[in-house]
Design a protein around this ligand. Structure first.
Ligand SMILES: Cc1cc2nc3c(=O)[nH]c(=O)nc-3n(C[C@H](O)[C@H](O)[C@H](O)COP(=O)(O)OP(=O)(O)OC[C@H]3O[C@@H](n4cnc5c(N)ncnc54)[C@H](O)[C@@H]3O)c2cc1C
Length: 320
């Protein structure tokens, strides 16, 4: 079984993730999207804006144009969770064809914890040193003994496909795993989440490094709109509608009117005299004097006009 290659990210005690190959990047997402939206722009800032728009609106197929192929080595119990992600193409080390290697996962003491009583699928708390030592000893004992039996059966000529069944699930396996960016982000969303098991999280985090490098705009948009994006259920929205003071919403809307005006002006500079009416068209209600004071303060942030307007729509929908 493979040793840790130089260009791989080490995971757990003996595993790794290595990006073998990738096809496309942010450019491939933009190129595919433009087929949908017709001839477009080509500035880098506009490419970024388009990718952010696609991510925000869950227009996912352009993200499927980017492909990643990884070589990964992980314990079998991690592979069992991993393989549930059905959109990948996989080719795994065969224990029917090849002999198993004496490579087992032994958890670090810091990851040996108690069963969580709150989260039935989690661990928590500090385990006494004595118990940690016992866990590690048992892991080693069962691994060594099962491998001894496996080797004995092998030497006696028993079929490898059967002999392997005595090996425990902390045995390392390895595979090539290929997936597209959309589904890889779905994987990362589930497996880098704090609710995922630590042992698969480290692999997911390692693959995330490749996404950051290959498609940085897509990664940034994913962080902004998926990881940090909040969605409210109908019930939650109704609570917000009932309890959020109108004044708070009005204040934010006012701020947005300034931001939209400043962004429009930044994108296509307007005549200074027309700025106040532009601000009023965005729903701004400050007097002209107050507008000038604020405008001259230089404190108005700019953003993306479409995104700011989308936020405005959401806020208006919260007003009773
Ligand atoms: C924290 C956590 C705990 C879990 N606990 C359990 C558990 O206790 N028991 C258990 O069995 N599993 C468990 N799972 C696995 C989970 O139920 C999913 O099988 C796994 O996360 C893969 O998700 P997926 O199907 O969305 O992903 P993928 O298989 O990658 O699919 C991506 C998307 O493609 C679509 N898709 C793919 N294939 C099909 C198909 N054949 N039919 C329809 N749509 C398809 C779906 O929209 C899917 O969301 C757990 C996962 C997590 C993250």
């Amino acid at each position: 079984m493979s040793q840790i290659p130089d260009d791989a990210i080490k995971c757990l005690d003996k595993g790794f993730v290595r990006l073998v190959d990738s096809m496309g990047g942010d450019d491939a997402i933009v190129q595919a999207a433009r087929v949908s939206y017709g001839k477009g722009t080509s500035k880098v800032s506009q490419d970024r804006g388009l990718i952010r728009y696609l991510m925000r609106h869950r227009h996912t197929t352009p993200f499927e144009m980017v492909e990643f192929k990884f070589h990964c080595k992980m314990p079998i119990f991690v592979a069992r969770q991993w393989v549930r992600h059905r959109t990948a193409n996989i080719n795994e080390y065969s224990l029917r064809y090849s002999e198993a290697r004496d490579e087992f996962y032994y958890p670090d003491p810091e990851h040996i914890q108690f069963q969580s009583s709150l989260n039935k699928q989690g661990r928590t708390g500090e385990v006494p040193e004595e118990l940690k030592k016992k866990v590690q000893d048992y892991f080693k004992e069962i691994s060594h003994r099962s491998f001894e039996i496996y080797s004995e059966l092998n030497e006696a000529g028993v079929a490898r496909e059967l002999a392997r069944a005595v090996l425990p699930v902390n045995l390392y396996t390895e595979w090539y795993w290929k997936n597209d960016l959309h589904n890889l982000l779905h994987f990362i969303g589930l497996r880098s989440d704090s609710h995922a098991q630590y042992e698969i999280r480290v692999y997911s985090d390692a693959m995330a490094e490749s996404v950051k490098a290959v498609a940085p705009f897509a990664w940034e948009a994913y962080q902004d709109y998926v990881v940090s994006g909040l969605r409210f259920s109908r019930i939650e929205q109704s609570l917000l509608e009932q309890n959020l003071p109108a004044r708070v919403i009005e204040d934010i809307l006012e701020d947005l009117a300034y931001q939209i005006t400043a962004t429009l002006h930044k994108n296509k500079p307007r005549d200074e005299n027309g700025l106040y009416s532009l601000y009023q068209k965005q729903g701004g209600s400050d007097s002209e004097d107050d507008f000038k004071l604020k405008w001259d303060s230089g404190e108005i942030e700019t953003g993306n006009v479409r995104e700011l307007r989308e936020f405005k729509e959401k806020l208006i929908s919260l007003k009773k």
